[in-house]
Design a protein around this ligand. Structure first.
Ligand SMILES: N[C@@H](CCC(=O)N[C@@H](CS)C(=O)NCC(=O)O)C(=O)O
Length: 225
């Protein structure tokens, strides 16, 4: 009996999904947030973007994170990982607000990962793009942020009455926007967003997903996440 259980345990460990992740990447962050909220356990392999493991490059030549390796498929987009995790377990009915209006959800995602991320990168990493365009892109990103502020003045969370998928997919990017110049961001008139972001950054969930992990390529250590 004990032997059988052990065999099952090894089988489970071998078939447990592998998540390639990078702690500070907002795409990886949102995938980890949802995996944690859904209690879906993975073996996390923390990577460094400047020194990616060959196993990641073999599995996913486009070489971005997050990537989730499942026994029968490889998911290379954060949203695919999120929707897969929610299809396995969705104890808080997070998918409810996503599915309520799929076209609007897709549009929100497209504007976040497209327009907003584009301006965010050109603001936060202006030196890599066009240094003179820094504030121009900051102000365009702020248009997007102001829409978020309006939504948050109408309901407690972007996902409705409780925190959910829209908050989790976008707050990691708003955090990044703030980090580019915290004093400037904190001085902007965004009372609802400031509250929502602080609550998120102080949450136990955020602390869990931001724990430092050993670099898998250097240490061989996978973390059960
Ligand atoms: N559309 C992808 C974007 C992922 C992405 O761009 N991740 C960045 C890190 S934040 C990355 O891996 N970049 C590759 C690199 O910098 O080499 C997703 O949603 O997962």
């Amino acid at each position: 009996m004990i032997l059988d259980l052990r065999a099952d345990f090894h089988l489970m460990a071998e078939t447990q999904p592998i998540l390639y992740s990078f702690r500070r990447c907002p795409f990886a962050m949102r995938a980890r947030l949802i995996l944690k909220t859904c209690n879906v356990t993975v073996r996390l392999r923390e990577i460094e973007l400047k020194d990616k493991p060959k196993e990641l490059l073999q599995a996913s030549p486009k070489a971005t994170v997050p990537v989730l390796i499942l026994p029968d498929q490889i998911l290379e987009q954060s949203m695919d990982i999120i929707l897969w995790a929610l299809s396995v377990s969705d104890p808080h009915n997070i998918l409810g607000s996503w599915n309520a209006d799929k076209a609007a959800s897709a549009q929100f995602l497209e504007s976040l990962d497209g327009e907003f991320k584009r301006h965010l990168d050109r603001y936060k990493y202006a030196a890599r793009f066009e240094p003179k365009g820094k504030n121009f892109h900051r102000d365009l990103a702020m248009f997007w942020i102001e829409n978020i502020e309006v939504k948050l003045s109408e309901m407690p969370y972007l996902s409705g009455k409780t925190i959910g998928i829209f908050d989790y997919i976008c707050l990691p990017f708003i955090r990044q926007f703030r980090i580019a110049d915290p004093d400037w961001f904190d001085s902007q008139k965004l009372p609802n967003l400031h509250k929502s972001l602080s609550q998120f950054l102080e949450s136990y969930l955020f602390m869990q997903v931001m724990q430092k992990m050993p670099i898998w390529k250097k240490t061989g250590i996978e973390t059960e996440f």
